[in-house]
Design a protein around this ligand. Structure first.
Ligand code: 5RP
Length: 236
């Protein structure tokens, strides 16, 4: 698929999601190239007079929203949201996700968990039968990062998973640091047959701030393909 075809699909999914936005809503704004389309479309509706308040999931999204004059809030001021719309690196038929390719998984998960509904918007290339082709991002504290990494590797081995766990390096060639000041480990485990058990094991490791398995959070996935847009779950 060409990158412009993929981008058109991302925008088509975002356009369906923005159709669910109603005046007065409190919205979570996701991060990444797909979520960027949704933020653009919200910005256009705000320009046309829509009244909403939004919580961004990253500094990057905050900057985009500010540039579009979208009214912003924080979870401290607005702790309960009506709808969050975000992208994903992978999803399966049970609406389980891998997120964090863009480095924002911690805020994305906090914002999604604060929302009554979470819509994921994606092009069809993101759907997989089994999660794990995309290396699972795990956000870890800088303190003791090597020890934390070893615990992650052990947990993976215990579950029969193999593969490299590597600290993420940014485009600038330096170690990648998240908005929260943490490191990101990309875990190339391959197929993850039991994401729930891996999620529990990772969450129990001291030093793991958050992992990129989003389970039970997405209420709908809006998937754009060559034949149009379809929805897994209820996008109402
Ligand atoms: C950022 C994310 C993104 O939603 C995910 O990486 C998908 O990004 P894109 O829409 O650019 O493919 O989880 O942390």
């Amino acid at each position: 698929m060409s990158s412009s075809a993929a981008d058109e699909m991302k925008r088509a999914a975002a356009a369906v999601a923005v159709g669910a936005v109603r005046p007065g809503m409190r919205l979570g704004l996701g991060t990444g190239s797909t979520a960027k389309h949704f933020v653009d479309l919200v910005g256009a509706r705000v320009r046309d007079g829509l009244r909403v308040v939004c919580v961004p999931t990253s500094e990057r999204t905050r900057e985009q929203a500010v540039a579009l004059s979208i009214p912003l809030s924080t979870l401290d001021e607005t702790p309960a949201l009506d709808l969050t719309v975000d992208g994903a690196d992978e999803f399966d038929a049970q609406r389980r996700l891998i997120k964090g390719g863009g480095g924002a998984l911690l805020r994305e998960k906090i914002v999604a968990a604060a929302s009554t509904r979470m819509f994921v918007i994606a092009d069809q290339s993101k759907q997989v039968a089994t999660l794990g082709a995309f290396a699972l991002p795990v956000e870890v504290d800088r303190f003791g990062a090597l020890a934390t990494r070893r615990h992650i590797e052990q947990a993976a081995r215990d579950l029969g998973l193999k593969g490299d766990v590597r600290p993420r390096v940014g485009r600038d060639g330096h170690v990648f640091v998240t908005d929260g000041g943490h490191l990101m480990l990309d875990c190339a485990f391959g197929a993850i047959p039991d994401p729930e058990t891996l999620a529990h094991r990772l969450a129990a490791i001291p030093g793991v701030i958050e992992h990129g398995l989003f389970i039970g959070l997405a209420t709908a996935i809006i998937v754009a393909g060559r034949d149009g847009v379809r929805t897994l779950g209820e996008a109402v």
